[in-house]
Design a protein. Structure first.
Ligand code: MLT
Length: 265
């Protein structure tokens, strides 16, 4: 369905009933990256999976898309859908950056956090330069070169070699991101604040999931978040890279289901 916000419309996939689970996709993806979760976890949860502005079926707006803007969009979606109870927020990579902003701005709406393949730190200078290079490439050549450079490192080397259908599927999801959306998200991530000071303020139950072979964000980043978030659970997903929910959906879904079941007690 489409949800009207003050300055745009967002596409939002909804499924299932029960405790609300907000799924925030990474860059440059859309809700389709949560397909194995939408299918299985909807058995016990009410899934709300938006396409962030400029991604998937949500049109681009002028950027940059700060993590605060994207978090506000998620809060507006919940309000428009009439979700009043606190939700579990599950964000992957950029979705994790948005989850930190959401927690800072709407702590009363957060029942639990699931941080997937993400990091709390801001971009280092080198990473900021690379964002500018990627944005310039999109301006001059379109999105495909950036997609092609990210695709081989978005999954573990084994997934990339052996799961060719999945690789194609992931490329297709990335290709739905508009050039303007891609540039605006790059600029938003480039200027995101350091969320490390937020970590010791997180008192809601938190699950950290990270692929053992993540080539974009090293496992050490997840370990550091685990050490800083009191009482957090940490699972390293074997044989998975930056997209553990797609590369090892069974392990991932089991971990999330177990975590969500614990929240109900
Ligand atoms: C993502 O998957 O969302 C991106 O790799 C995050 C980033 O570029 O920092």
């Amino acid at each position: 369905m489409r949800v009207n916000l003050s300055d745009t419309k967002l596409f939002v996939e909804q499924a299932g009933r029960g405790q609300p689970l907000l799924l925030i996709h990474g860059f440059p993806f859309n809700h389709e990256m949560w397909r194995p979760q939408i299918e299985i976890l909807a058995g016990n949860s009410k899934i709300i999976a938006p396409d962030l502005r400029g991604h998937g079926q949500s049109p681009p707006t002028p950027g940059p898309y700060s993590m605060d803007v994207l978090a506000d969009d998620c809060a507006s979606v919940l309000e428009k859908l009439g979700v009043q109870q606190p939700v579990t927020v599950c964000g992957l990579s950029m979705g994790g950056y948005v989850s930190f902003a959401f927690f800072r701005r709407y702590p009363q709406l957060v029942a639990g956090l699931i941080l997937v393949a993400t990091r709390s730190g801001a971009d280092a200078e080198e990473a900021k330069k690379n964002r500018d290079i990627a944005a310039e490439k999109v301006r001059t050549e379109g999105t495909q070169p950036v997609i092609e450079s990210m695709l081989p490192i978005a999954m573990s080397p084994t997934t990339y070699q052996k799961q060719t259908d999945l690789v194609q599927q992931v490329e297709g999801i990335m290709q739905k991101t508009t050039p303007e959306g891609l540039i605006s998200a790059l600029m938003g991530m480039k200027s995101r604040p350091d969320s490390t000071p937020t970590l010791d303020k997180i008192t809601v139950p938190t699950l950290i999931l990270h692929g053992a072979d993540d080539q974009i964000i090293p496992t050490s980043e997840a370990e550091a978040m685990h050490a800083a978030i009191q009482g957090s659970q940490f699972i390293i997903v074997p044989d998975a890279g930056h997209l553990p929910n797609l590369e090892q959906p069974q392990i991932f879904n089991q971990a999330v289901d177990g975590f969500l079941a614990g929240l109900k007690v």
